[in-house]
Design a protein around this ligand. Structure first.
Ligand code: GDP
Length: 201
């Protein structure tokens, strides 16, 4: 897919304030620092498209971008562990949860995972929740330029093995580097193919 235009549309604070349009949406989510902004900028060929989400106070917002006037790239606030008193609690942005569970336009969620790390409990917990909520998801392993291909493949295999314990088919898997641009073409082709498919009933 050739990127002809990539435009920031708006930020939403909750499901109710998301755009009322018919555009199919492809959302990106991951823990902070996983490389989400870098990937969004790489995919859209815009150096600072995802910068909007970096401005203070905007990190909890859902950001919508329109690509080629035909689909929307959605930058979702991520998940992490919040330190409450002395206990750590799984902290999942409520707007993201509502969006993932209730947004009709949503076609696919790309869950970003750091290719340098073996499966982390928090990521597994999140994808299990996605699967239970019947949200179609794919994995994008980020920052592959930071280590050998074989090291990344070991982590991919470990993830697949974990997910196979509760899911019959492995999700689509992409390996990417925002630095070298590898994986970019595959992710965009996947989206292009999904756009050509009729909507599920
Ligand atoms: P976000 O918090 O998930 O949006 O992550 P960012 O896109 O801001 O990236 C976090 C850090 O990782 C930054 O210092 C980026 O320069 C770096 N980074 C992101 N993607 C890559 C990548 O593909 N390769 C390398 N080497 N560094 C990356």
């Amino acid at each position: 897919m050739k990127i002809k235009s990539a435009v920031f549309e708006r930020s939403a604070t909750d499901l109710a304030s998301c755009p009322r349009w018919a555009l199919p949406e492809f959302a990106f989510i991951g823990r902070s620092n996983v490389g989400k902004s870098s990937l969004i900028n790489s995919l859209s060929e815009r150096r600072a498209l995802a910068k909007v989400s970096d401005t203070p106070g905007k990190t909890k917002l859902i950001n919508f971008f329109v690509i080629n006037g035909t689909w929307s790239l959605v930058d979702l606030p991520g998940y992490g562990y919040a330190k409450l008193a002395k206990v750590q609690r799984f902290d999942f942005n409520e707007a993201s949860a509502d969006f993932l569970e209730g947004r009709r336009n949503l076609r696919q969620v790309f869950v970003l995972l750091d290719s340098r790390l073996p499966p982390q409990a928090i990521d597994l917990e999140f994808v299990r929740w996605l699967d239970d909520s019947r949200v179609p998801f794919a994995f994008v392993f980020t920052k592959t330029d930071k280590q050998s291909a074989s090291h990344a493949q070991v982590n991919v295999a470990l993830f697949k093995q974990q997910v196979s314990q509760w899911r019959r088919e492995p999700p689509p898997i992409f390996l990417s580097s925002a630095r070298t641009g590898s994986g970019r073409g595959e992710i965009l082709s996947f989206i292009e193919k999904a756009l050509a498919e009729p909507l599920r009933a």
